[in-house]
Design a protein around this ligand. Structure first.
Ligand code: ADP
Ligand code: GLC
Length: 490
């Protein structure tokens, strides 16, 4: 069979631009697919920040202005991993202050419909017979709402070629805009109804992707089931149920070369399952770095997270009086809503010797927290996949999670799910509540008191395989299947 060609469309890709897990997955999955022999190219906007670091650029094609989209250029660059990237250079849309989705104050860019409409439009064009470049993908893989109009364009545009996968990384973000933007977005009137892209009087990018892609993929099997009912379907569970035969979940992997306690340059001391006792000096380094008293015997809880409602950061804050009662420490790294950031700052004043936080983004500290904490807190209300619960297991730091989405799929807890897993790697809460969190931490501390049992728990986690290999193979099978079906249908 010929090498499968995959166009991976995304609004963010590490290390060039990353606001969360999607940026990491967009770097790691294409890299893992290439290692399995697929020909993958990443398509994304040429933001200022990307052009500044992308290195050598080659102009591939001019894209004329169309509908309400300005003229743009298609540039070729290479990610540090060697994966080729196609960058859409539309200076009026992508060269500006702020992040990919919002201005420096955090407000959404007001022309996001056109900014990501263009990304979707170019993706569809490259996957059609009217592509401006000779490289023709067999599969267009779209990721989240900023790329989700592409299936609508491709299904209803000229000369469709590629099969289409729509990946849902987070249903909470849907790309909802006023219906009158359909004209500048070039969406035909016949799509502006319930069976098309209309959602309660608005235009929904994500609904378009779900309706018109050949396959809808979520980033964990449990999340694929959860979104079939409300509230996690976020208003789209009916539409998803109609597509349930074409909906499945594939658990994300992690880059085990970057997240490897045996080689991690961000750590004070590297270690592995055999030299687990060395992990301790990372605890001291973490306490030192965060200005907390250095004491290896104190129980340290770590957290690295967007500080939003999704992540249950408020549950941790509410539980602090109980969690810190007998001398434990907590370290939090993250940025998010002003209320949650303020609450963390206040906590550090109330418990200066026990609570420390850094509000902001710090890759290096994220690694040290994974290595230096005794447990990792992730009580997310919902979590399509989540990456930190996998990092923490790899670092011998058992995670405490709410059993939802990828947290349910990637953590083993023989106590909360009797008869299911035979080993445990962490602690699962059945509900995302303050009481459940306090109870789970209590369970963890009881085990922690027994050094031998605790070491086994840590080593169980370190022995799990979270590499991308298996997940990439599952995507490769899915692509091959969709391509074969298209060949039969055409
Ligand atoms: P989400 O994409 O919903 O935010 P994920 O768990 O999939 O959640 O991915 C988040 C990624 O971003 C993780 O790698 C996490 O360590 C990282 N991250 C989040 N906040 C910070 C921060 N403040 N500093 C460093 N890394 C962070
Ligand atoms: C989203 C989800 C997160 C997932 C990530 C990558 O940001 O919130 O759970 O891990 O996408 O798929």
């Amino acid at each position: 069979m010929n090498t499968l060609k995959i166009l991976f469309a995304t609004p963010e890709c590490a290390p060039w631009v990353k606001t969360g897990g999607l940026g990491e997955v967009s770097a790691d999955l294409p890299k893992a697919l290439r290692a399995q022999g697929l020909d993958v190219q990443v398509l994304m906007p040429a933001y200022d920040s990307v052009l500044a670091v992308a290195g050598e650029l080659e102009a591939l094609a001019d894209l004329p202005a169309v509908h309400g989209f300005p003229a743009a250029r298609l540039l070729r660059a290479h990610l540090p991993s060697g994966v080729p990237a196609l960058l859409i250079d539309a200076p009026a849309l992508y060269r500006r202050d702020g992040g990919p989705y919002g201005d420096p104050s955090g407000r959404d860019h007001e022309d996001n419909a056109i900014r990501f409409g263009l990304l979707s439009h170019v993706a569809a064009r490259l996957a059609s017979g009217v592509s401006p470049i000779p490289w023709q993908p067999d599969v267009l893989h779209c990721n989240d709402w900023p790329t989700a109009l592409a299936p609508a364009y491709l299904a209803h545009g000229p000369q469709r070629r590629a099969a289409m996968v729509m990946s849902l990384h987070n249903m909470a973000f849907q790309g909802l805009f006023p219906l009158h933007l359909a004209a500048p977005l070039g969406l035909p009137d016949h799509l502006l109804h319930m069976e098309g892209v209309e959602f309660w009087g608005q235009l929904s990018f994500l609904k378009a992707g779900i309706q018109f892609a050949d396959h809808v993929a979520t980033v964990s099997p449990t999340y694929a089931r959860e979104i079939l009912t409300e509230p996690l379907g976020c208003g789209l569970s009916g539409v998803l149920n109609k597509r349930r035969e074409s909906l499945s979940g594939i658990l994300n992997g992690i880059d085990t070369t970057v997240w490897n306690p045996g080689t991690d340059a961000h750590l004070h001391q590297t270690y592995d399952a055999v030299t687990l006792q060395r992990k301790r000096s990372n605890k001291l380094a973490l306490q030192r770095r965060m200005g907390l008293p250095e004491n290896p015997d104190l129980f340290v809880m770590g957290m690295v997270s967007r500080m939003t409602d999704q992540k249950g950061v408020d549950l941790v804050i509410s539980a602090l009086p109980e969690l810190l009662k007998d001398g434990a420490q907590v370290v939090a790294l993250g940025a998010g809503t002003p209320a949650m950031e303020t609450a963390w700052r206040e906590a550090t004043h109330v418990w200066p010797e026990q609570a420390a936080s850094l509000i902001g983004f710090d890759e290096s500290l994220a690694h040290l927290i994974e290595a230096g904490s005794d447990v990792f807190l992730m009580p997310s209300r919902f979590e399509p996949c989540g990456l930190n619960q996998m990092y923490s297991q790899r670092y011998g730091t058992p995670p405490i999670v709410h059993a939802t989405g990828g947290l349910a799929d990637a953590v083993l807890d023989a106590v909360s799910e009797p008869g299911q897993p035979s080993v445990s790697t962490g602690f699962k809460m059945k509900e995302p509540t303050v009481e459940a969190l306090i109870h789970a931490v209590k369970r963890a501390r009881e085990l922690y008191a027994d050094a031998g049992t605790w070491d086994t728990l840590c080593r169980n986690g370190m022995a799990q395989d979270f590499s991308w290999e298996g997940s990439a193979a599952a995507y490769a099978d899915l692509y091959a299947d969709l391509v074969a079906r298209r060949a039969v249908a055409c």
